[in-house]
Structures are given as structure tokens and as C-alpha cells.
Design a protein around this ligand. Sequence first.
Ligand SMILES: C[S@@+](CC[C@H](N)C(=O)[O-])C[C@H]1O[C@@H](n2cnc3c(N)ncnc32)[C@H](O)[C@@H]1O
Length: 372
Amino acid sequence: MSLDQHDEQSLSHLKQVSRIKHEILAKYLPPWERILGSTNTRLCYFDCYAGPGVYECNGETVAGSPLIAVTAATEYLAKNRGHEMSVLLVEKDSAQRTSLEAQLKKNGPPGNGLNVQVLAEDAKEFVPKILEAVPNLAPSFFMVDPYGHPLTVPILNDILKRPQTEALINFMFYRINMDAGNPKVQHHLDEMFGNEEWRTQPFLKQHGLDREKGFLEYFMSKISARFKLPFRIRFDVEDRMAGNRTKYYLIHASNHPKAALLMKEVMWPLGDEEGLFDFGGEKHGVLFSSTPQENELRQVLTREYTGKQIEFDQLREESLELPFIEKHYRSVIRELKREGLVEVTPVSSKTNRGLKKKDLVRFLQKQEGERR
Ligand SMILES: C[S@@+](CC[C@H](N)C(=O)[O-])C[C@H]1O[C@@H](n2cnc3c(N)ncnc32)[C@H](O)[C@@H]1O
């Protein structure tokens, strides 16, 4: 929708790069709701740093994360009668709350099963309070998107130990890295990590990309979740910062391989000039280029699975940290099949041509040996 003059003056401006986080959320929430909603009648979405609800971007009004969540929840509930969803929007700034409430009002009253609450709270106090008060939280998605330091690592870990609960965390690398070098504000990092151990880490003596990778890996190592997927967001042209520098990372933390695989499918195609799904770098003993090629996937799969049989989805789960999505696996396995190096037994697929879910993939030893 385009803006009238009044809106243009009052809406917060959103930079182009920040739209990626909204795209990720808008693409992820509907399948997340569908999958978890198939075994749970109640779900929750928490926006810990909710913001004003809408922004101006390139002369258009665009929805912020709370409205994206409300839209996804409304559509999910329309198809799932009798289900319930709570959308809790935490915002400590009263002007932002006023804007958010006005935007929500424009949507009209929430439909059946939808409970939307705007909470005038500080997320760092509210989240621990609610976690203590509700020991059996319904499966929940936490959006953690502050301007600076996120919820503390101990709070994030308390969130992530709940069953079927996950988080999308904005790790504002640029700001946090700057604060790490400034004695006046280093106590913010002590608070974020919950202790001072970070002060003794080798990455602090490094520079450039090495420091960035070391810092990111250290932060992720402190997050107690089985799967952590980082998506790098570069500075916007509007930021007037040198070319390729990192502004922040969106880190998806979850404990279920299906959640991580789903997020990988969502994030991967969004990697472009503003965002990057992953670093190249070494994984499974292979040095990946910064734009990973299918032959690199082929190399890992034949080396690690020759002589073995595995379900297609299990294969993707076991190699989750590789920078490839389902279509790449399918393409490599089909190529190996054409070359007689793989046999596929359909289980979930109806025909021999399909390749999905529980279909069995056998990487053959003999032919691979003959080829060498
Ligand atoms: C980056 S904006 C959120 C944007 C929002 N996630 C979106 O995508 O539409 C961060 C918001 O967090 C709010 N905020 C900052 N510190 C907070 C805190 N401790 N608790 C709750 N809200 C806070 C700010 O007022 C601001 O509106």
C-alpha cells in the first residue's frame, strides 16, 4: 500500500536490509504453525521487542514482525477451527505501543481462537517472569529483535529448554563488537553472557573476519539449543558503511531437526546482496566456497555415506550444517542415481521417480570404486 502525507511523516523508516527478517518470519510462521498445530491445539508467539507495528520502506507501508505474526495466526486459525493461538507483544516504549495498538485496531477484532496482547513491559523482566509462572508453556516461537543487546544468554537458554520452543535472535554484531572494545560499556556484555568469561576469549585479540567468526561461534556456543542457524545481514547502502561489512546475524535456535531444516529452506533462497545464508568455510572436512556448489555436496555425501543406506530426510538432518537445501540434495542424488552410484527405494514417494521424506537412499560401494 502507498502512503498518504500524514503517514509518511509519522511512520518509522525501515531500511531495505531489515525487510529480510520480515520475509524470513512471514515465510517461516505458516509452516511452523501447520506442523506444530497438527499435534497441539495451542501455540504461542512472543515478540519480545515488538516495535511500532508498521514502517515506511521505499515509500510503502510495510508490516513489522507483530503484524506479520497476527496475519499468519489469523490465517492458520481460519483453517484450524477449535485451535488457539496467543500472540504476546512486549514493548517498553509508550509511543511505539500506541502506534502498534492503533495498527492492530485497523485489523479489527481478532478472530476465533486468537488472543493478541500488547504488554507494557521490559522484555528482560517480563520473559523470566512468564517462564517462571508458566512451567508448561505451549509450543512457542520467540522473536528477539532489539536494537542492541538481546535478551541475556541465561534467559534465552531458559526459553530454549522448553519443549517445542524456538527463537529467532537478532545478534547485533556490529554494536556488540564495538561495545566489547569499550571499557565503559563492557558490562553490557557481562550482562548479556551472564558472566565475564567472554573477556578471556581469543577472538578479542583477532581482527576482521576471524574476529567476527570467532565472536559469532562463541555466542552460538553459549546458546543451549541443538541447532543454530546464522543468517548474516550486511549494512544497508543507507548506512553508508563500507561495502561488505556485517550489521547483524539472525540466529535461529531450535531443538528439533525439522524446525532447523524448515528454517534452512526459508533462509537459503533469501541469501543475496544484503544477506548471506552462511560463510563458506570448512564443514565435514570439505572447504566450501562462499557460493557453495552442488559438486561439494556430492563430495561430502559420497565420502560419508558410500556403503550405507539412509532415509532421505535423515540424510538432510545428519548433514544439516551444510549450506544446501532440499532441491540440492535431490539434484545430487538423482545425478548419482543416473550414474549408477545410488539406488533409491520409494517409501514416501508413490513412484520410482519421486524422492522425499522416508525414501531410502543407498550409496553403492562397488560402482564408486570402479569409477576411480
Ligand atoms: C528493532 S525494534 C523491533 C522491531 C520489530 N521486531 C519488527 O520487526 O517490527 C526494537 C524495539 O524494542 C523496543 N525495546 C527496546 N528495549 C526493550 C525492552 N527491554 N523491552 C521491551 N521492548 C524494548 C524498542 O522500543 C523498539 O521498539
